[in-house]
Structures are given as C-alpha cells and as structure tokens.
Design a protein around this ligand. Structure first.
Ligand SMILES: Nc1ncnc2c1ncn2[C@@H]1O[C@H](COP(=O)(O)OP(=O)(O)O)[C@@H](O)[C@H]1O
Ligand SMILES: [Mg+2]
Length: 418
C-alpha cells in the first residue's frame, strides 16, 4: 500500500503574497481565514506546481517562484518553477521563455512543472472548486473510460480550471451509470468492492434522520436515491446532498482512473484532494459530521480544504487547522496546522478568535454603540442621551459599554453645568 501526500507549499512574489510557506498534515487540513486573505490562492498555487497550462490564472513577475514538496511513498520530490521563469508578463498572457526548475534542497529531487506528469509516479492531485451543483444531463449508455496515462494527463492539466469552476468535465451521473453496467462483470472485482464501499458509507455522511441511501438505477438510466424516506432523482436532491455526492463520486472516479492496477481500492488509496469551501451548501448539522464521514470512507487520503465553517473547524483534531490572518502590511506568511483543538469552543468563539470575525454580536447593538460614540465625540449632549437610551433598549442591563457611556454622559452634563 503506497502513501503519497503534499508536505509543503512555497510561493514567492505570487499574487498578493510576498512569500508564503505552508506545512500540511498528511491527513486533514482546514484552511480558514477572512475573505480575501488568500485561501483559494493557496490551492491555485498548488495547482500551478502540477501543470503549466493554466498559469494565466495568476500574474507573475521575474521574481516569482512556486513549488510543492511531495512525499511519494518515502521519495522526496519538489515540483514547481524557480525564479526567472517569467519575464515581465502581463495579465492573461504569461509567455514564459524559460521554465527554471525550483531551487534544489538536499535529499529532494527538484523537477520543473512541465515534467511533473511524467516524473511523479502518477501522483496527480484532485481539485474540486466551490461550484458543485449537478445539472441535468441525459445519459444514453455506458461510455468507454480512457487509459490511465490519458486520465492522469487530464487531471493534471485541468487542475486550476476545476478549482475555478471553468471546466465542467466532471459528470458524476455518467460515472454512476458506467459502474452500474460493469460491477457485475467478473473482471470488475475492484470496481464492485469500491461501489459497495460507497453504498455502505454514504448513509454515515448524512444527517442522522435523513436515511440517505442509494436505491437503484432504472431502465431510464436515472440513479434513484432515498432521502427522508422518499425516492428522488440525482438532480432533485437538495443542494447539500448534491454537493456531498459530487465530492464523493468525483473522488471515487479519480482514484479508479489514475491508479495503477492493484492500487485502485478506495479504502487503501492515498493521494491528495483539494476542495475550495468544503462547507458550501451544507446544513450545520452536516458540517459537524463531515470530517469523520470523509475519514471513514477515505481512510488514507490527504485533504486540503478551505472553509468558513466554525462547525467544521470544531470537528477538527489536533494539527488540522491552518489559520490565516490578513497581513496587508508585509504579506509574508509562514503557516502550519495549529496544535490546538477547538472542539470545546463555541461557534461564536471560533468565529471571533479563529476566523477574525469582528462583529458577530448583534449588528444593531454594534451600530447603536457607534452612533452613541459619534454623538459623544461631537459633544452633542442631548443626542448622546438619546443614543444611550436607544442602546439600553437592546443591551444587557449590566452591559459594560452602556455603563461606561452613562458615566461619560454624567461627566459631560456636570462639565456643561459648570
Ligand atoms: N489571478 C490573480 N493574480 C493576482 N492576484 C490575485 C489573483 N487572484 C486573486 N488575487 C489576489 O488574492 C487575494 C485573495 O484572493 P483569494 O485567494 O480568492 O482569497 P480567499 O479565497 O481567501 O477569499 C485577492 O484579494 C487578490 O488581491
Ligand atoms: Mg476563496
């Protein structure tokens, strides 16, 4: 059984980052931080290390460099591009003349991005972007699946596009139908075992009372599922179930498509799946259970995901949460998974202290405080009084800010009477 995963990412002069170094856990990584801090850009940076076809998604300059360090079954490899690969490129037209390999490190083989397809022993990460609804498609029959090398080429080539939702080549319904046609053939023992593995674990992913399960594929080639005791078609499933199925089926398809014979069992497969905004469309109850559900179905995979969900974060174990703050001033980051666990924290604490959300408290309360402070600043005593009264209607009677404002008001009145 092989074990391959991403150890590190280095970016420099890459998008808004002057430098960024991230270490990854070989299992779960939840990247969290405020909007625009660069979470998706981390995933994009990784995708660039594996293919030179979609570098137009990023602007580079002559100092730009990026690489990913991999552990391929014990073999240490670095893939990416070194300084001087780009010369004054402009938006959407990265014409690189020379692709320099990334800077070398002792005991690590450095290879340039354009060789990653042939020299990484078939390692190609799976990128799943934030757009993952299932659009209706009529399936006419089974399709022939491409050879392994071609599949690896496909996954490597379209990584960045998939991340930004610009490639709709995923067709999970076709995958379901193909499996339906082959799993009873005597040559398809691995596919059958994987299929059974999926059917068995699907219900453990869903909220407790939903009884989510696969039922059958009918003569019309439409897969039928059961949800809350009722049958429904793939496209009829609610957004959350679609999002989950989309993720699960894509991972199965990717494992079967890109692994050597003998390495295709989902329960044994290693490799890296990167998902932007994992929690999107999911009910909070589901966000709590998703980590363990994924861990059961894919016990050997590495996940690098971004998320805004405090529920998901509270389900993380030690060394699984990577917190980004926004550093507008220096834009230098050195990140690694935090050794803390957040399971004992409540949602508000995670939102404010881990994710940097400032005003999670009552919005109206916040606004009334600001209004009162303004009147105080302007020295308008009567309006200051009205503002405090308005605030006291929504605030807790012992609210400390209210107490401070009342004291301040009293001293202003005393001063004006002098
Ligand atoms: N193609 C690009 N080239 C250069 N800079 C970019 C590009 N895309 C995004 N950025 C910069 O990266 C910042 C962070 O974007 P993003 O990674 O999408 O943040 P997040 O996913 O954390 O919300 C943006 O505010 C922008 O300044
Ligand atoms: Mg993003």
């Amino acid at each position: 059984m092989s074990s391959s995963y991403i150890e590190k990412l280095h970016l420099s002069h890459f998008r808004q980052f002057k430098t960024l170094d991230v270490e990854f856990n070989h299992r779960f990584n939840f990247i969290s931080g405020p909007n625009g801090c660069g979470k998706t850009s981390i995933l994009a940076g990784i995708s660039h290390c594996f293919n030179q076809y979609s570098l137009d998604f990023t602007r580079f300059n002559s100092n730009s460099e990026f690489w990913t360090d991999l552990n391929l079954d014990g073999k240490k490899v670095r893939t990416g591009l070194g300084k001087g690969s780009f010369t004054g490129s402009s938006y959407r037209s990265n014409s690189s003349d020379v692709y320099n390999p990334p800077i070398a490190e002792e005991n690590r083989i450095a290879i340039p991005t354009y060789q990653s397809e042939s020299r990484l022993d078939g390692f190609c990460p799976l990128f799943i972007g934030a757009e993952r609804s299932i659009k209706y498609k009529k399936i006419v029959g089974m399709t022939r699946e491409s050879e392994r090398q071609q599949q690896i080429h496909g996954y490597t080539r379209k990584g960045t596009e998939l991340l930004y939702g610009l490639n709709d080549s995923y067709n999970i319904k076709q995958w379901f139908i193909n499996r339906y046609f082959i799993i009873d053939k005597d040559w398809a023992t691995v596919e059958k075992e994987n299929w059974n593995h999926m059917i068995e674990f699907l219900p453990t992913l869903a909220p407790f009372d939903s009884n989510f399960s696969y039922i059958r594929i009918g003569r019309d080639l439409e897969p039928v599922f059961s949800l809350y005791g009722q049958e429904c078609y793939l496209e009829e499933l609610s957004a959350g179930f679609q999002a989950i199925l989309f993720i699960i089926a894509n991972i199965f398809e990717w494992i079967e498509a890109t692994r050597e014979e003998g390495e295709r069992l989902v329960k044994d497969a290693s490799g890296t799946v990167l998902i932007d905004e994992l929690d999107i469309h999911l009910h909070p109850e589901w966000q709590f259970t998703l980590r363990d559900g994924l861990s059961n179905i894919f016990p050997q995979l590495q996940f690098i995901v971004t998320t805004h969900s405090p529920h998901l974060l509270s389900s993380a174990k030690e060394n699984e949460i990577i917190i980004m703050q926004r550093h507008h001033d220096k834009n230098e980051y050195s990140l690694k998974p935090s050794s803390k666990r957040y399971s004992g924290w409540n949602t508000d604490q995670i939102l404010s202290e881990v994710m940097g959300v400032v005003s999670i408290e009552n919005k109206e309360y916040e606004q009334l405080i600001v209004a009162a402070l303004n009147k105080m600043e302007e020295g308008k005593i009567q309006e200051f009084r009205y503002a405090i009264d308005a605030l006291s209607k929504v605030a807790h009677p012992n609210d400390s800010i209210l107490t401070v404002l009342n004291t301040k008001y009293a001293s202003m009145v005393a001063l004006s009477n002098d």
